[in-house]
Design a protein around this ligand. Sequence first.
Ligand code: FPP
Length: 249
Amino acid sequence: MSALPAAIDSRGAIPRHVAIVMDGNGRWAKKRFMPRFFGHKAGVDALVRTVLSCADRGVEYVTVFAFSSENWKRPTEEVSGLMGLVLVAVAKYLGKLADKGVKIKIIGDRGQVSDKLRQAWEQAESSTAHNTRITLSVAFNYGGRWDIVQACRHAIADGVPPEQLDEAALNKYMALSHAPDPDLFIRTGGEVRISNFLLWQAAYSELFFSDCLWPEFGDAELDAALAEYARRDRRFGGVDTARSVAVQT
Ligand code: FPP
């Protein structure tokens, strides 16, 4: 098990669900005079490391932004490199993740990806479906706005009457309906924005931005994010009960 900073252990405030925008692969590669693909490849290693570290710390769900609906605008070479990387990553890491108790789910629009890629996703999902230690959801060809639109379309197609379409009803159609909302939303790479990731689900997530480039993200950065999360006062739009009581007495 992990050696956790005391602040995390004593408060017991481990997030159930951590969402991550894995930014900075390109810059990491550039610093090494290497092509961007080299950074994405190192990004996969960082992803596997981080999921296993999260599992060690008691996190139950990790959701990562691997390819956004907007990433098609990147140079063709980089897009096809990322697609190929998925196949390589599945071949290299699926056995290890499966053995370590990781359940894999893919969220996003599968319509535009190749048959080969779809088959790799299906293999990753079916061969880990029985696992219960931690769920890794990989957002691929995903956008938060796409997710809201596809959920509305499916609800309409199912004949849900407008007066019954409340937040809980729509949530059942969202891509992450298998997980609770993310408690902690981490973005590496120094940019301070959400970039159309989990717009619906991150409504009350605690945001943590790190200058660390994704391939360099390790246990020290993860524990810093978890320690910061443990210090946060989550009110979900209400008041802090502990504090109000203290004020009254
Ligand atoms: C952002 O860095 C990163 C991405 C667009 C891709 C992230 C993908 C991976 C880590 C691989 C995922 C693969 C699997 C199998 C899940 P950037 O390229 O925008 O970096 P930059 O901001 O430094 O240019």
